[in-house]
Every structure is written in C-alpha cells, then in structure tokens.
Design a protein around this ligand. Structure first.
Ligand code: SF4
Length: 254
C-alpha cells in the first residue's frame, strides 16, 4: 500500500505488478517509469521489471489491515484484466474487495474486452468502481464494453487525452475524469477536446473531474493560479477550465 499523489484517490494497492503496452495511451506509462525506479531502489516486488506480469498473493491481505475506510486505486502498477493474470487470482482480488465493504476500490483497465468476457464470473459489490481508459475516439469502444458489465459505479479515465472524443455515449456512466499528459515528451491536450467532454457530462448529468492540463504550456490560461505548486488545488500544468476547478465525484454507494 502507498499513499497516492493522484488527485482522485487516496491509496494504491498493487496485488499484481507488470504490464504490456496495448494502445497509444500507454506510450509514457507511469507504471513502467515507477517500476524502473523501484527496481533500481532494490524493491523486491519490482525486481523482475515491468514486462513480467507477476501476481503477489502476499499483498492480498493488505486491505484488512487498514483501520479507517479508504479510497483505493487497485493495480496502479499493472492492468488487472491483462490476459496473463489468471482468473482465479482476479477472483481472489475481488473476494478481498467484497469482504472489505468499508473501502472504495477504483479499478481501471484498457482491456475492456477481457473485462466484459469475465465480468459475470466476478462478484460486484457496490464498493467496487470499475473504469476504462479512453485516450481518443478510436478507443471509445471500451465504454460500450464497460456499459454491459454489472458494476454499480462505472467511470471513464479520459487520460492522457491525446485526440478528440466528441461522441462519447455516457448513459449508465457515473463519473468521467479528464487529464492531459505530463512529463518529458508529453503530447498536448486541446481546450476543445476537454470542453467537448465537459459539455457532454453536463448534458448527461455525469460528474466531471478535470485532473490537469499536464504541462503549463498546454494550458490556455498562463495566469491559471493552480499552476503554482503552492496553490491548494495545484495540479500538473494547472487544472482550471475557464477559471473554474472541476473535481466532481460520483455518489458514494457504500
Ligand atoms: S495498460 Fe496501463 S499499466 Fe499497462 S502499459 Fe498501458 S498504461 Fe501501463
């Protein structure tokens, strides 16, 4: 378990490590960079590097040790629906989430095809929020896969947003996060792309969370006060849209 700097969660819990790139959104994968760093620091869990997908049964009991209710990003260092992760292990992760309803678990995948294939074999308690990543229009089919599964709270991570996503169908979607890419070589996000998603959310009464522009040079307002590190709402590149911070959240269901 680790405290997270991600604006929409509190902690990360990683019962699996390692992944393989599947679409353009993976280009500057955060998990890959972090794995390299943690391996160099000598952390046992990451010694095999990023390309080896490894389950960690010893991590399964960690949520039972948290005294207070937490909001947890599951598998920030992998993709829980990767084909190489055995169904029995995914079921074991779900069993832990089912037995700890005091915590909210947020899972994100780019493998929506496998998610859809096995979703009926998993037990979807209301504390499990299931999301898919969509980086541009080409991958919006993942939303249609997500819509068909029995999770009670379904969300989209439209991050890194690297192209327009004009026609996202948001029926049965409970939350949308948008963010720009950060770091060396980051691809720019455009105001119109963000605004398309925001207006779509507004029209469909879906909570909208704008995480970050990614880099100050992508932000159309160079005077955005949230660019400054000292600002209480600071995010990479700032996070205001037309002078407003959008950090809406879905209804809590636990
Ligand atoms: S699916 Fe996620 S964890 Fe896997 S390579 Fe892509 S961005 Fe990284």
């Amino acid at each position: 378990m680790a405290e997270s700097s991600i604006e929409w969660t509190e902690l990360t819990w990683n019962p699996v490590t390692g992944c393989k790139k599947i679409s353009p959104g993976c280009k500057f994968c955060y998990a890959e960079v972090m794995t390299r760093r943690l391996k160099a620091m000598g952390q046992e869990k990451y010694k095999d590097g990023f390309k080896i997908i490894k389950t960690h049964p010893s991590a399964l009991n960690i949520p039972f040790t948290w005294n207070k209710p937490k909001v947890v990003f599951v598998n920030s260092m992998s993709d829980l629906f990767h084909d190489e992760i055995p169904l029995d292990f995914i079921k074991a992760v779900f069993s832990v989430m089912n037995q700890t309803p005091q915590h909210i678990y947020q899972i994100l995948t780019k493998r929506s095809d496998r998610l859809l294939k096995i979703a009926d074999e998993l037990h979807w308690t209301s504390n499990i929020w299931m999301g898919v990543s969509v980086e541009n229009e080409k991958y919006s089919y993942r939303v249609n896969d997500l819509r068909q599964i029995p999770a009670i709270t379904k969300f989209l991570s439209v991050e890194p947003l690297i192209g327009p996503v004009k026609n996202l169908l948001l029926n049965d979607i409970n939350w949308v996060i948008v963010g720009g890419e950060s770091g060396h070589g980051a691809r720019p996000i455009k105001y119109e792309w963000i605004e398309d998603v925001r207006v779509n959310c507004e029209r469909n009464s879906v909570p909208f969370f704008f995480k970050q522009w990614g880099k100050p040079k992508f932000n159309i307002n160079q005077n955005d006060p949230t660019i400054a590190k000292e600002h209480p709402n600071h995010a990479k590149g700032g996070c205001e849209l037309d002078g407003k911070v959008y950090r809406e959240l879905p209804q809590l269901t636990t």
